[in-house]
Write a protein that binds this ligand. Structure first.
Ligand SMILES: NC(=O)c1ccc[n+]([C@@H]2O[C@H](COP(=O)([O-])OP(=O)(O)OC[C@H]3O[C@@H](n4cnc5c(N)ncnc54)[C@H](O)[C@@H]3O)[C@@H](O)[C@H]2O)c1
Length: 411
């Protein structure tokens, strides 16, 4: 018999917001989650009006996130939310995530997780203390063909990974959109609300996670140049980063303080992200080159994965086909030729986190995701923390006179 639906709460995602509606659609797509509570906007009036738009019951439509936490804590377990989704601008993530996780609520938080590695470590501590499920919506790793790429790399189908090129190009911030009152541009270009990274935080964190997810490689060092092309902008709108990954079995990379100069490095990478590339909409792609073959996946054509082997014609793997691996099959809904895309991949991220939440409800203790090395396939608090460390290190490397800056991270 099917479990009862999980009860979802939300902070952020009110009138005029971008990603909140995507989260609600994704979480509820397969009919196993219901949206029951929220504090959806930054002012009490707008929060309550936004909750009414979405038919939240009056007693679960909260004016502030603090009132929501107190209200939900008082409810009996069978009524209380099973998880809270945090879809506010970045500066609000930490206080909300820390308070809910510390109170024992499962959390789904959007990226970048928080502003500093120090805050991220506090969240990891809270998760370890309370045992909650903490997912970070790095939704691009929810695509079936990305999961296929991960499985193929792990199975050695392209041999040992030598080189990665990850590109995330957008053009929507090529001019001072922030001056027009467009709120998504406004807070993303403000260091107080966005954090230390501009493009490198907003979309660079997705690119970093995509490489980590597909290849399993750990970052050793980087050389970065962040640029603010648009006059007067305080944060970068373009970033070009050279990456060195740890070589297989290199123990230095398991801890902190890696030697970045005289050890044989492993794979090399190029990460380029930009929000001033006119004509590019959401152009994320990853290429992975190994000793036996290579893979290419593009977010704007996400149902296909190109696999090339030396001396052979290229193969184009297609979503929904019987020849794909288990992970791709598990994260697919409809037959090939009927395109699945952004919303379905987002829903996969939710489904996999919800599987861990259900397991925790049933008494299972080990409910970690990818970063924690747990049994579930969702990006977790450690993946989120590594992303924050990547952003911080990129900013540091960009202003450093050293060619290589250590980028190792361990939780
Ligand atoms: N995973 C993805 O693909 C993806 C895509 C877009 C945005 N994001 C992330 O999602 C988050 C939200 O981005 P967005 O573009 O939807 O922003 P947005 O500005 O469109 O929406 C933010 C919402 O949060 C609300 N809010 C602000 N402070 C609040 C508070 N104290 N309490 C309750 N609500 C509050 C605002 O009123 C608004 O409704 C950001 O962290 C962003 O980086 C992720």
């Amino acid at each position: 018999m099917a479990d009862t639906k999980l009860r979802m709460g939300m902070v952020g995602g009110g009138r005029g917001a971008f990603i909140g509606q995507v989260h609600r659609t994704a979480a509820c797509m397969d009919g196993r989650v219901e949206f029951v509570a929220g504090c959806l906007s930054s002012t009490p009036e707008k929060a309550l009006a936004s909750g009414k738009d979405l038919n939240l019951a009056d007693d679960r439509n909260y004016p502030t996130w603090e009132a929501m936490l107190e209200g939900e804590k008082k409810l009996p377990a069978e009524k209380r939310i099973d998880f809270v989704s945090i879809v506010t601008p970045n500066h609000v993530h930490f206080p909300v995530a820390h308070a809910f996780a510390s109170a024992g609520f499962n959390v789904v938080c959007d990226k970048p997780l928080v502003h500093t590695t120090e805050q991220a470590r506090q969240l990891i501590d809270a998760v370890r203390r309370t045992g909650v499920v903490f997912a970070v919506t790095y939704n691009y790793s929810g695509y079936p063909l990305v999961k296929q790429a991960r499985e193929m790399v792990a199975a050695g189908e392209i041999g040992e990974v030598r080189k990665i090129i990850v590109e995330y190009s957008q053009g929507w911030l090529a001019n001072r959109l922030e001056d027009s009152g467009q709120k998504q541009a406004n807070w993303r270009t403000d260091p107080a609300r966005s954090g230390a990274g501009g493009a490198v935080g907003d979309i660079g964190s997705h690119a970093e996670q995509l490489v980590a997810y597909v290849t399993g490689l750990k970052l050793q060092a980087m050389s970065a140049e962040l640029t603010s092309f648009v006059p007067g902008r305080q944060l970068d709108d373009d970033a070009n980063i050279l990456l060195r990954y740890c070589s297989a079995g290199s123990s230095e990379c398991a801890g902190t303080g890696a030697d970045t100069s005289d050890r044989e490095p492993g794979a090399r990478g190029i990460l380029t992200v930009s929000q001033i590339c006119i004509g590019h909409e959401n152009d994320l792609s990853i290429r992975v080159y190994g000793t036996k073959g290579s893979l290419l996946w593009r977010q704007e054509d996400p149902n296909f994965l190109v696999h090339r082997v030396d001396g052979q014609p290229q193969r184009i793997l297609s979503r929904g086909q019987g020849y794909l691996g288990e992970a791709a099959k598990r994260n697919t809904r409809i037959p090939p030729g009927h395109p699945e895309a952004f919303l379905e991949a987002f829903a996969n991220t939710y489904n996999n986190a919800c599987e861990a939440i259900r397991a925790r409800k049933a008494g299972k203790k080990d409910v970690g995701g990818v970063g924690l090395g747990g049994p579930f396939d969702y990006p977790d608090v450690v993946d989120g923390a590594r992303g924050v460390h990547f952003i911080e290190t990129s900013v540091k490397a960009s202003s450093s006179s050293e060619k290589w800056v250590s980028a190792t991270f361990s939780a």
